[in-house]
Design a protein around this ligand. Structure first.
Ligand code: KMH
Ligand code: ZN
Length: 297
């Protein structure tokens, strides 16, 4: 559900879509921030990624957001590894395969554009620069526009990552200037609780949702670290979808580290089901996002 604030200050439901009766669960299993040495259960090898994809799909996920690691478990944007990972995960089941174009904070912009060469179903597209802990996650406007244009040309559905309230406005500008994405659906992921971005609080999430452009057809939310459960609950209550995974959160409960991404997906699916918003199938997710059907070559 998108909502809008009128010039009279009233909150109104968006015209473009209604509250979903099922939940899209995205799993972000790895990320680029945690070291394998610190978190041995982090899936970093191709075999681990495939096993994660299979178990998370069974647990209720329908989309996987992938970051790839090299033989030393370090983040990489190596073309061959990206393509091999997309194909291996695609062959293992029916998850929508989304590649991160954010990479790590150290990846050069030009190399981040080459991620699209691996022909994922979807790609992340962060709508602005933000402080990222002690680092800076760089997304200058010309890069955002170029990545968006290339995603359209290559028929890859972008997921707009909004880490700060200013990114919501940048998305409005992008859609106004460049038009709709490939497939015509506008799916947003509100990433809350990044140190430097909007806080992982229900109030911040709802403020961002209220400001989403009319073109938005679906949104999900994630909360970094300990914010993940309050954000999950708020997103479900407000009609949004979910992203969970070890990219965003390594603690399952107080004193209990996450042992496998599947646990996070299964818990999200359970809560969503209790709230009468059970996980959607991969077929429903493909329809929601209107991704192009691609087959592993
Ligand atoms: N690793 C962060 C610097 C994305 O995947 O597009 C960026 C990130 C966002 O994770
Ligand atoms: Zn990511």
């Amino acid at each position: 559900m998108a909502a809008h604030i009128t010039k009279h200050g009233r909150l109104t439901a968006g015209r473009s879509h209604s509250t979903a009766s099922t939940t899209l669960i995205t799993v972000a299993p790895t990320g680029a921030e945690s070291a394998k040495a610190d978190v041995p259960q982090l899936p970093t090898t191709l075999d681990e990624l495939v096993e994660t994809a299979v178990l998370c799909e069974q647990a209720g996920a329908s989309l996987i957001h992938l970051h790839i690691r090299d033989g030393e478990h370090r983040p990489t944007l190596d073309r061959g590894l990206l393509r091999a990972s997309v194909e291996a995960v695609r062959e293992s089941g029916d998850l929508i395969v989304q590649l991160s174009t954010g990479g790590s904070v150290h990846d050069p912009l030009e190399q981040r554009l080459t991620v699209l060469d691996a022909e994922p179903d979807s790609c992340s597209l962060t709508c602005g620069t933000t402080n990222f802990g002690d680092d800076v996650f760089v997304n200058p406007w010309p890069f955002v526009v170029e990545l968006y244009r290339q995603s359209i040309e290559r028929e890859i559905v972008p997921e707009f990552e909004l880490i700060d309230l200013g990114h919501v406005q940048a998305l409005r500008r992008l859609l106004g200037q460049e038009g709709l994405p490939f497939g015509g659906k506008v799916h947003v992921d509100l990433v809350t609780g990044v140190p430097g971005g909007m806080p992982g609080s229900p109030a911040a999430l709802l403020a961002a949702v209220a400001l989403l452009p009319e073109e938005v057809t679906s949104w999900s939310a994630t909360g970094i670290g300990r914010t993940h459960l309050p954000i999950l609950a708020t997103a479900l209550g407000a009609g949004g979808h979910l992203r969970v995974g070890m990219e965003d959160n390594l603690i399952f409960a107080k004193g209990r580290p996450v042992q496998h991404n599947e646990e996070l997906v299964a818990r999200a699916a359970q809560i969503a089901t209790v709230l009468q918003r059970p996980p959607m199938s991969t077929a429903q997710a493909r329809e929601l996002l209107n991704v192009k059907r691609r087959h592993a070559s």
